[in-house]
Design a protein around this ligand. Structure first.
Ligand SMILES: [Zn+2]
Length: 245
């Protein structure tokens, strides 16, 4: 019976390890999603920067055209200065030239501001492009890493599965069924040690008579409250040592 208990604890450990590996496998795709989200954000930022740059370039062309129009206008006005006949006309012409020159100056200032912004946005765009290629690399690395991890987990699960088969085949059928039933209803551990006179599953104090029986270790004892299978720790340790030798 001592051996049987040892096997039960071992398959419980294997079940726990299988469960942990499966949970880990479930969490892995989320890691890729995180990297993909960063990549998508970088992509969206790059698109915004490109649109902004296009709009600024369009504005620059518009201002350049506006400037050409004003320069032409000023040149024409200056050309006509010699043709005016009266002093009054001449003065009016000069005022028009002056006002057009002021307008031209305003357009030049606007153009300068646009060109400065354009230069700085071009720099931003380069940064965004650098960032997106970094995020893309990170995403690729993450996908490869997760794929490898999934493969490794698959191998681990296969190995644990065969060890489980080997050990469970040594356990009496009814005992194994009891274990599986307990595991299903308790949703955690089914085989627990006795510690400080209590069942480590439900933490309730066990009757001294039951503990005395469990210490003998010649039959399967269960907790009077939670019905988990009990074992007396020193015997279990001995069994495992024995199995290892
Ligand atoms: Zn209990």
């Amino acid at each position: 019976m001592k051996e049987q208990l040892g096997y039960l604890v071992e398959i419980q450990d294997i079940d726990k390890a299988i469960c942990e590996l499966k949970e880990k496998k479930c969490r892995l795709p989320e890691m890729i999603e995180e990297a993909r989200r960063s990549f998508d954000t970088a992509k969206a930022n790059l698109e915004t920067a490109k649109t902004e740059l296009d709009e600024l370039t369009k504005k620059r062309r518009e201002k350049e055209r506006e400037l050409d129009v004003h320069e032409e206008k000023i040149a024409k006005l200056k050309g006509r200065l010699n043709e005016v006949k009266t002093n009054k006309e001449y003065q009016a012409h000069l005022i028009e030239i002056e006002s057009s020159s002021q307008e031209k100056g305003r357009i030049e200032e606007e153009l300068l501001t646009i060109m400065e912004t354009l230069d700085s946005r071009k720099g931003d765009l380069k940064e965004e492009e650098k960032l997106i290629s970094e995020e893309e690399k990170k995403l690729d690395v993450e996908i490869t890493r997760v794929d490898r991890e999934i493969e490794k987990i698959g191998d681990g699960l296969k190995e644990l599965g065969s060890v489980y088969q080997a050990i469970s085949s040594k356990i009496e059928e009814s005992l194994l069924n009891d274990y599986l039933h307990l595991k299903a209803i308790r949703k955690d551990i089914a085989v627990v040690p006795i510690q400080n006179g209590a069942c480590l599953g439900c933490l309730l104090q066990l009757p001294p008579q039951l503990i005395a029986e469990a210490k003998k270790n010649d039959k399967i004892m269960t907790c009077s409250y939670c019905h988990r299978i009990l074992y007396w720790p020193p015997h279990y340790v001995e069994t495992r040592k024995g199995a290892a030798n």
